[in-house]
Design a protein around this ligand. Structure first.
Ligand SMILES: Cc1cc2nc3c(=O)[nH]c(=O)nc-3n(C[C@H](O)[C@H](O)[C@H](O)COP(=O)(O)OP(=O)(O)OC[C@H]3O[C@@H](n4cnc5c(N)ncnc54)[C@H](O)[C@@H]3O)c2cc1C
Ligand code: SF4
Length: 324
């Protein structure tokens, strides 16, 4: 870690002010909890001339429980997601996943939007300036080649956020505000699929809220595998949501993290399956997972191992949910 490089710090009181500040400072970065941004700045991976702290913007901290939808402000902390009583009733899986992110002190600072926007990770990237210098840096920052796929021109750094797969299976949309106004997109559209510039946010756009349609009767679970169970990013994480439109049939949504450049949602979802789930149906779903993901050598754990983890977590979750 190196000392923080010099930058100017702005702390606007409103969304309008924040958008204006971002349009006036070409090289600005938004700061929420800082648990990802500050680490990357101290590794020399980001050198913004201006940091715009969003914490004073009251509306970004609000959660609204409507009759048809739930709206969670981008700056709501992960700790609050774990203890908000109404959220526990409507979407217990969000609390379950948030509680597995980083450590308690991080969760007090870290935000929902920061978790969805956190940078992609790679063993050749999340290193000190000195370490990266010894290998000539890499495509994602300051270098010419990718050490994971040397012949290509693509960055395969993986997305490891824990909340994205959970929100994907719940059908979340995100609200974005920038100089061109406000837009709402499906969460999946937030991710570009390029590890170098992994978000589709335009410069200066702020992720202001996550919006969820209320879906009574939907059951969802999240499970992750990590090296240190007390604190670690997922080597693989799987979320499954199950809605029972008919008594003997269920619709499944499945999404994964940690094993690809972006969070992966199984195509063709929702998958309609007969209940109880047969061995053949379980095997078909596991095969679909294998085909949908593309883990690369971007972590200390080999891609084949992470692929197996993703499939085994899916199988375990399917079996656990079948017993409920
Ligand atoms: C030791 C350690 C362990 C960790 N373990 C995990 C883990 O297990 N799982 C996991 O998912 N994460 C983990 N993290 C990463 C991080 O703590 C979380 O992802 C956290 O939710 C990031 O939120 P933040 O508010 O701190 O984001 P910040 O660091 O403030 O921001 C992250 C990025 O998002 C951008 N951003 C923030 N808010 C907005 C907004 N409203 N609009 C647009 N852009 C925005 C910032 O500019 C920055 O690029 C870990 C971090 C550490 C240091
Ligand atoms: S995948 Fe390649 S370009 Fe991307 S961070 Fe890793 S080494 Fe760099």
């Amino acid at each position: 870690m190196i000392p923080l490089p010099p930058f100017s710090l702005l702390r606007p009181d409103s969304l309008d002010e924040a958008v204006r500040a971002a349009s006036q400072h070409k090289d600005a970065r938004f700061l929420a909890g800082g648990t990802d941004l500050m680490v990357n700045m101290r590794r020399g991976l980001l050198k913004p001339a201006c940091v715009i702290d969003l914490s004073n913007i009251v509306q970004l901290h609000r959660i609204t429980f409507g009759e048809k939808e739930t709206r969670i402000g981008g700056l709501v902390s992960l700790a609050r997601l774990t203890r908000e009583p109404e959220l526990q009733i409507r979407y217990p899986v969000i609390a379950q996943a948030a509680a597995q992110i980083a450590a308690p002190a991080h969760r007090e600072m870290a935000s929902l939007a920061g978790n969805l926007c956190l940078d992609t990770r790679c063993v050749f990237y999340n290193q000190s300036e000195w370490w990266r210098g010894t290998i000539g840096y890499c495509l994602k920052y300051d270098g010419e080649i990718c050490h994971v796929a040397k012949s290509g021109n693509t960055c395969f750094a993986a997305f490891h956020g824990d909340l994205a797969p959970v929100l994907l299976v719940l059908g979340a949309r995100v609200e974005i505000v920038g100089t061109e106004g406000r837009r709402i997109i499906d969460l999946q559209e937030l991710y570009s699929g390029d590890g170098k510039a992994h978000l589709t946010l335009k410069r200066g756009e702020i992720l202001t809220a996550v919006i969820l349609n209320n879906r009574p009767g939907t059951v969802a679970r999240y499970e992750k595998a990590r090296i240190r169970s007390a604190i670690d990013f997922p080597l693989a994480g799987v979320a499954i949501a199950r809605a029972n439109p008919l008594k003997n049939k269920a619709c499944l949504q499945i999404a994964l993290t940690g094993i690809d450049v972006k969070p992966v949602q199984l195509e063709g979802a929702p998958l309609t399956v007969s209940l109880p789930l047969s061995d053949e149906a379980e095997a078909t779903i596991c095969k679909q997972v294998t085909q949908a993901i593309q883990p690369m050598q971007s972590s200390f754990s080999p891609p084949g191992y992470r692929r197996k983890l993703a499939v085994n977590l899916t199988r375990r979750l399917l079996r656990e949910m079948a017993r409920e």
